[in-house]
Structures are given as C-alpha cells and as structure tokens.
Design a protein around this ligand. Structure first.
Ligand code: NAD
Ligand code: IPM
Ligand code: MN
Length: 348
C-alpha cells in the first residue's frame, strides 16, 4: 500500500510529521510512503504548484495524505500558479468530487466550543461537499464594463450529473447514519441551486428510508449555531460546503480538529484537515495536528481497509484529549509535537 504524502506549505509539514508518527506507531505491515511537492513549496522548487511528478504519484498511490497549501509570498502570482491550485487541481484531475467533512464533539472538548456546552454536545454531523464543480471551476476572469470599469467574474454552474452524483453520496451517507439528509442551497435566488434542488428531489425517490429536507444556506449558517444537533448529513455545493465546514469546526471547538476525506468514483481518496496553511502560526510549533491525525484515520478506514486501525487512532485522540492534551487553539499551551506525543502515549 503506497501512501502519497504531500506536506505543502505553512504548518503543513509540521502536522503531516505528527500524522506520520502516529501511522508508524500502528505498526501496519506493508505501508510505504512517497513524498511529493505541492503548493507554494512546489512553485518555489520547480515553478508549478502541482508538478506532473506529483500528479503522477497521486494517481499511483493507494491514498493521499495532504497537509495544506497557501503561501502569502504567492498571493500575487497569476491564479494558475498559486499554491491553492494544487488542491483544486488534484480534486479535479482525479475526479475527487465527494468531500466528507465530519464534525462531532469530543465530550472532553465541549468547553472549547464557541457555543454553549449543552448546544455543542449535541453536534454529530457530516457535511458532504461537492468538490468538482460550482463557482470554483466555472469560467473566470477580469474584464472592463462598457463604462470602462474593472469587473471580475466567476461563472457558477452545476450540471445535473454532478448534482446527481453528490446527492447519491449524501443519501448513502445518511442511510448509514441517522437517516436524515438536509440539502443546503440558495434556490430562492440561484438557478444553479434550483437545478440542485430539483435533482436532489429526483434522487430522493431511490431513498424512501431517508428523511430529506431543504434549507437555504443563510438559514443553515444560522441553524448551525442555534441548534447544530438537528443535523445528521448536510449535502451541499462546493462553496457553501467550504464556508459551512469552517463554521462547523468552531462549533466543535477548533478548526484544528476537523478532518476530511475526498473520494472519487473508484474510491481513491485524498485525506486532509479542512484548515489551511495557517501562515500566522507556521514554524512556531503552535498548530494542532489532530485534524491531520484524524484524517489519517479516515484514510485507513476509507482507502486502506483498516477500520480497526482507524478506530485505534480515534480512540487514542479521545484519550489524549481526556488526559488534558490541549494545543493553543484548544485553550492550552502544548506544542504540535507534544500533541503528537500525547496521541502516541495514548496509543501505547
Ligand atoms: P487557515 O485555515 O489556514 O487559518 C485560519 C485561522 O485558523 C488562522 O488563525 C490559523 O492560525 C488557524 N488555524 C488553522 N489551522 C490550525 C491548526 N491546525 N491549529 C491551530 N490553529 C489553526 O485559513 P486562512 O488563514 O484563511 O488561509 C491561509 C492559507 O491557507 C491561504 O493561502 C489559503 O488559501 C490556504 N488554505 C488552504 C487549504 C488547503 O490546503 N486545503 C484550506 C484552507 C485555506
Ligand atoms: C478547503 C480550502 C480550499 C477550498 C482552498 C484552499 C482552495 O479552503 O479545502 O476548504 O476552498 O476548497
Ligand atoms: Mn476551506
């Protein structure tokens, strides 16, 4: 089993190092690793954020463990050369369209949530975010209006096949959980969302056992804070899912806690924390590595067929938290490495 390791930028190398230590400690036979360049690190080394050798490694690997990309030095590069193109390019080139972002409160962490403890304790939801379409991948550019004003544009679109595919992912996930699916859109304003809603309703005919509801994204943002316990699975488009998952992370306690898996039709997977490269804390040992460690657990479960090992990691994280492991984002003072140590100690 080959795992492609893509540390990337900012805190990426620091958090990937801790996830790798945890994987090594499991002692799983036959795991091999190859590291690849992505993001600003790749641009600085070879002039492109997603070099061909990296994409080739990604395709060849059984799973990809991704840190984060994004580098303030690169913010003025032409868009196709920016670090973020590495993650967008991997998702698109490999057809990684189904981004699963679970948000669940570890009981030990209910105090870290931005919400009242009794509200936060009820959170156990999964955001199923489409990652191959939407305004992310439409035609975009800069032009001049007739009056000579500068105008930026990004076309938002979804075709029915894209919506159908992610709707099936949402329904199947709901079926395997508590049987509730909330589809989040902006159908009161956007044609893209009207099609989204129509297609989700069509697909629902195949899942009579799943209770489907629809919610506008502005209301969903409010409900996530008011009563997040009402959600089981949320299925939504690329941009709404991006925004709502960062919000959900703070309901759970910290953006440093949320893991993700992004799968394609052949069940190849890319695993990454939902957060970015956090340039404000990079290199200071302040990053919480748990989202990345939990992403490694998702990798073992979804791509490497090692559910028991995934359970071991998740239990070790819970035990480390119960034992008081807290990085600064969780209100503590422990370093990135110390957080890794705490998980390793809990595993042993
Ligand atoms: P960010 O997620 O990197 O950081 C937002 C805030 O959360 C910062 O204050 C940061 O210090 C904190 N934070 C993030 N991860 C943390 C962790 N593990 N532990 C403790 N604190 C953590 O978002 P941003 O600042 O908007 O973006 C920074 C760069 O990251 C940008 O270039 C952006 O494009 C990129 N980005 C990349 C990804 C990805 O690689 N998938 C995701 C999001 C943002
Ligand atoms: C994420 C990130 C990416 C996204 C960026 C870095 C392109 O925010 O994975 O959530 O918007 O999908
Ligand atoms: Mn994001």
């Amino acid at each position: 089993m080959l795992i492609a390791l893509f540390p990337g930028d900012g805190i990426g190398p620091e958090i990937i190092a801790q996830a790798k230590r945890v994987l090594d400690a499991l002692g799983i036979d036959g795991l091999t690793y190859e590291e690849g360049l992505v993001g600003g690190a790749a641009y600085k080394a070879v002039g492109h954020p997603l070099p061909p050798e990296t994409l080739e490694l990604a395709r060849r690997a059984d799973a990809i463990l991704f840190g984060a990309v994004g580098d303030p030095d690169c913010d003025s590069l032409e868009r196709h050369l920016r670090p973020e193109q590495a993650i967008l390019g991997l998702r698109k080139a490999m057809g990684l369209f189904s981004n699963l972002r679970p948000a669940k409160v570890f009981p030990e962490l209910a105090d870290a949530s931005a919400l009242k403890k009794e509200v936060a304790s009820a959170i156990d939801l999964l955001i199923v975010r489409e990652t191959n379409g939407d305004v992310y991948f439409g035609e975009k550019g800069m032009r001049k209006t007739a009056e000579g004003l500068r105008e930026g544009y990004d076309i938002m679109s979804y075709n029915e096949e894209q919506v159908r595919k992610i709707a099936h992912q949402g329904f199947q996930a709901a079926r395997a959980r508590r049987g509730k699916l909330c589809s989040v859109d902006k159908a009161n304003v956007l044609e893209t969302s009207q099609l989204w809603r129509d297609v989700v309703i069509e697909v629902s005919a195949e899942y009579p056992d799943v209770a489907l509801s629809h919610m506008y994204v502005d209301n969903a943002a409010m409900q996530l804070v008011r009563n997040p316990g009402q959600f089981d699975v949320i299925v939504t488009g690329n941009m709404f899912g991006d925004i709502l998952s960062d919000q959900a992370s703070m309901c759970v306690g910290s953006i440093g806690m949320l893991a993700s898996a992004t799968l394609n039709d052949s069940n190849q997977g890319l695993y990454e924390p939902i957060h970015g490269s956090a340039p404000d804390i990079a290199g200071q040992g302040k990053a919480n590595p748990l989202a990345t460690i939990l992403s490694a657990a998702m990798m073992l479960r979804y791509s490497l067929n090692q559910p028991e090992q995934a359970d071991r990691i998740e239990k070790a994280v819970a035990k480390a938290l119960a034992g008081g492991a807290r990085s600064p984002d969780l209100g503590g003072t422990m370093t990135t490495v110390a957080m890794g140590d705490a998980v390793l100690a809990a595993l042993a």
